[in-house]
Design a protein. Structure first.
Length: 558
């Protein structure tokens, strides 16, 4: 263990970024009063009211109070469009603005990581312990497994009593119930647990909420640690770059960070480790600004090369949601409710009195996982079905009743990158997701739109007389649908993989299997950037699992 720090700007551990991973790591490291921990967050405290009201998601995205306000580079696969690329900027990071869906992915994702890294600890069996370690699952609130009694179907898979609350949603919609029935008619079984290692099926998502309020990582992991004198949290403290010194072993050692805080530039020192948890967009940006990245890129911006690491910022993977919109009749949707004064008042009242109704809703409530074609061995599509529609997030809801059937390819083969466009830390990095770059991804995009049509044509949906608004029934060939997917698709906010881990001898891996940066001592990356391949589902729960595992390794010096 590192020696106890004496200097006020000197700590055992400096954690950069108080997002999903950073809050958990700071909690675990500061649990031992001997460790002096500094947590640095560029955003403000999570005191903005819309963070906590679930539907406030719509007001946190595209709002500089809570969002970094990034945009992607124009993307060929999206027919030249750029996308708004929200990233949480506040205590809690993206967990303060995300859709709150609790989704681990599939067991095979983690078994694949174990193979790619040669480290068995990444296997599903071992990772399950780390998921459960911080979980507080509503189904286990009453002790015995509520559905199966002594049979432990849920209790084997879920934890209880941890910091990370998982609850069921507090409202249902007829049109979503009918979509679930239609999915069954189209051959997708119902499921009551997406988080048991195989998420195939259709059902309502479980969410990170407590009694109708958003549950972010700041509430879960920082509040309980707030009174610890050995944990210091600085908000509005943006790391400009990391600092290095020559270590005793002759290797470069990460010694701390240069921070912009309250108009001043301060340097903080870490005698133990610096943990970079600034997320899959900002962590590679910080490494590149610090001189760790592709030498050519760094040279072109006049940055001294500390370590030529060509893969830093590469391997960007994201889930692209293709948003098919259907007009519906004879049922309520959020469009009609939220567009009338009476509807708005009713929504507000329902939330005030019961903490339920549309204000308690996560944007995507119903989900389905299935295969894009029968030849596949496992589910490779995820549906997010919403009782609302809009042109793009940040814009008004349509003024006609409609639902959105959003579908994404869970295992894209296209790869993008994050590269600095300037040596100035205040400038946003260039984000190039490179969606739909491969023939396989375009083929799956077309297949998934055919499948959406098949589900919407099932008897269970016919009462609503669904009319395809986007992409539009006039498009009837694979080529047209793949191209149209580029017009109507958007990110589902899951950038990962930009500082990937791998086997120690894998030249494309920036990190070793325990997330230590190869070629530099005293520096670990712990966030969504480390995933060598994106998980088959939403990425917050996997990021917390990564943080739980990494914290154990940091504490044991492994
Ligand atoms: C709009 C949206 C909806 C989503 N919906 C879901 C969902 O429903 N379910 C799900 O599982 N996943 C969802 N995700 C994805 C999920 O939330 C992320 O994968 C996860 O939060 C990533 O965690 P992280 O720790 O890697 O990064 P983050 O949570 O982004 O944390 C990074 C932190 O570092 C800070 N930071 C960055 N740069 C600096 C710097 N230079 N100095 C100091 N601090 C810095 C940031 O402000 C931020 O607080 C969503 C994401 C978004 C944006």
């Amino acid at each position: 263990m590192a020696a106890k720090a004496q200097n006020p700007d000197q700590f055992d551990y400096v954690v950069v970024g108080a997002g999903s991973a950073g809050c958990l790591v700071a909690n675990r490291l500061s649990a031992d009063p001997k460790n002096r921990v500094l947590l640095l967050e560029a955003g403000k405290a999570d005191t903005y009211p819309w963070i906590h009201i679930p539907v406030g998601y719509l007001y946190c995205i595209g709002n500089p109070r809570t969002d970094w306000m990034y945009k992607t580079q124009p993307d060929k696969g999206l027919n030249g469009r750029s996308l708004l690329y929200p990233r949480g900027k506040a205590l809690g990071g993206c967990s303060s603005i995300n859709g709150m869906i609790y989704m681990r992915g599939q067991a095979r994702d983690y078994d694949n990581w174990a193979q790619l890294t040669g480290e068995d600890a990444w296997s599903w069996e071992s990772s399950l312990n780390d998921f459960k370690a911080h979980e507080d699952h509503y189904r286990l609130d009453d002790g015995a497994d509520p559905v199966t009694g002594n049979n432990s179907r849920f209790s084997d898979m879920h934890g209880h009593g941890g910091e990370w609350r998982v609850e069921s949603q507090r409202l249902r919609w007829d049109v979503l119930d009918s979509f679930a029935d239609a999915a069954v008619q189209a051959g997708i079984d119902k499921t009551d647990d997406f988080n048991s290692g195989d998420n195939a099926g259709v059902g309502y998502f479980d969410v990170n909420q407590r009694s109708g309020w958003r549950w972010n990582t700041s509430k879960a992991f920082l509040r309980p640690a707030k009174s610890r004198p050995n944990l210091v949290v600085w908000t509005e403290a943006q790391v400009q770059k990391l600092t290095f010194e020559q270590g005793a072993d002759g290797q470069q050692r990460c010694s701390g960070a240069v921070v912009s805080r309250a108009g001043e530039t301060v340097t903080v020192a870490a005698t133990g480790e610096v943990i970079l948890s600034a997320g899959a967009v900002n962590s590679p940006q910080i490494l590149q600004l610090s001189g760790i990245g592709p030498a050519g890129l760094l040279n072109s911006h006049g940055i001294d090369v500390v370590l030529d690491a060509p893969s830093v910022g590469e391997n960007l993977q994201d889930h692209l949601q293709i948003r098919a919109v259907f007009k519906v009749k004879g049922t309520k949707t959020l469009n009609t409710l939220a567009n009338s004064l009476f509807g708005k008042a009713k929504i507000g009242l329902e939330y005030m009195l019961k903490r339920s109704g549309p204000m308690s809703m996560s944007p995507s409530q119903l989900g389905a996982f299935t295969r894009s074609d029968p030849g596949r061995a496992h589910a490779n599509l995820e549906y997010h079905v919403q009782p609302l529609s809009l042109e793009a997030f940040g814009e008004d809801l349509h003024d006609f009743p409609a639902m959105t059937v959003s579908v994404c390819n869970l295992n894209p083969t296209s790869r993008g990158n994050i590269r600095i466009g300037s040596p100035d830390f205040r400038e946003p990095p260039l984000i190039s997701p490179n969606y739909l770059d491969t023939d396989e991804d375009r083929k799956i995009a077309a297949n998934s739109l055919w499948q959406v049509r098949e589900i919407m044509a099932q008897p269970a949906m016919q009462a609503y007389e669904p009319e395809e608004f986007k992409p539009g029934v006039q498009y009837q060939s694979d080529d047209e649908l793949a191209r149209l997917a580029g017009d109507i698709a958007s990110t589902i906010f899951h950038p990962t993989g930009t500082i990937k881990m791998g086997r120690p001898d894998d030249p494309s891996a920036v990190l070793d299997p325990h997330l230590r940066l190869k070629g530099i001592t005293g520096l670990r990356v712990v966030d969504a950037s480390v995933m060598p391949e994106i998980t088959s589902g939403n990425t917050n729960a996997p990021t917390l699992m990564i943080a739980e595992k990494a914290a154990g390794w940091i504490l044991s010096g492994e």
